[in-house]
Design a protein around this ligand. Sequence first.
Ligand code: FMN
Length: 392
Amino acid sequence: MKKVTDKVTFCHGATIDTRLIQTPMLTNSGKDEKATQDTIDYYNSRSQSAGAVIVEYTSVSPNGGPSRSWARNREQLAIYNDDFKPGLAKIAKALKKDGNKAILQLVHSGREAKYRHTLGGQVEVPSDIDFPWIDYPLHELTEDEVWQIVKDFGAATKRAIDCGFDGVEIHGANHYLLQEFFSKYSNRRTDYWGGSLKKRMNFAKEVSKEVMAVVKDYAPKDFIVGYRISPEEIHGENVGYTWHESTQLVDMLTTNFDFDYIHLSLLDYKQKPTDSNKTLAELLGEHINGETLEVVAGGIRTEEQMEDALNYMDLIGIGRATLMDNHIAKKIKENKGEEIYHCFTDETLKELHLPAGLITFLANLPENMKLPGTDVLLKHVETKLGYAETHE
Ligand SMILES: Cc1cc2nc3c(=O)[nH]c(=O)nc-3n(C[C@H](O)[C@H](O)[C@H](O)COP(=O)(O)O)c2cc1C
């Protein structure tokens, strides 16, 4: 029987002392895409939130972000040159101070790099098609430009190693560039990077190959490498891909490469597709080969849900729960699960070190993602944090 407090060893040898993993979450606290004191304070206060913390999505290429900005002069982080290293190294050190593992999520935001457009830059996509919700110009990447982004993922991995991170996660989920290449809705190419399902997986394959090669050359033996996917992509009548195609992606990733984990991004960890009685976690888990572990996130907050989640996965992804309580793993290890905070209050907000842009973002989440106590957050946005405002 799996337990939340089990020690777990990844296939490359890193060990964590709980099955809890903090999922990557944008803090909207970067200035000029660099970590600020707010970013460092936030991560410093989360060194005991889980066995490993995956740091928010960080752009590997100059046009790989920023995606959105929710506070004036504050945005997504980047790692596309060495100037970003000192700030990121401080995040890694802060997270590791209590024995926790620190993993950095690497992204190219593709068509979602809206704020890059606002800053005067180019927004890059596999195919320049008319997405009904996009109101800024898109640049269709040339074959060579795609190869450059593959190299950028490798260079970013080397920098993450230099910064002291224990691992990297390739962000292939949530509609960013890797997913856009996998999606037949977003990728209409006929070159090496598109066409058949197999060719739509080439970008994921080449990025994984490059990251793994850099890890082999420069990282400690137990360096963790994960890959995050969204199991399905359905925009009304437009189907990017179904879970059936995702099983082939998971197969490709875990037969060609020894990933430490595959991470499913969901809003409900028990979500089932329309054509099966099994959960997406089970269906895709059956295609994870070798010793690769499965991490799943989606609405897991209480100790009871964590125990139930272990029926479907190896490692439990907790995202928004760690925003309301930054000591979840510590409380569970000390048998104080009933003391976990499940809502924001004036008192708890003082301990949580939430950057202003993150508070604004949380206060503006769609109804189905809003957290208990959002009214407290709104009060802080309106009073104490005068500068926190929507600034897309
Ligand atoms: C504020 C916020 C920021 C997020 N940023 C990221 C991100 O940087 N990368 C990513 O893969 N997912 C991101 N997500 C998704 C979360 O990692 C997670 O998958 C989602 O919140 C569902 O898990 P939960 O129910 O435990 O929160 C974000 C979610 C939230 C609420």
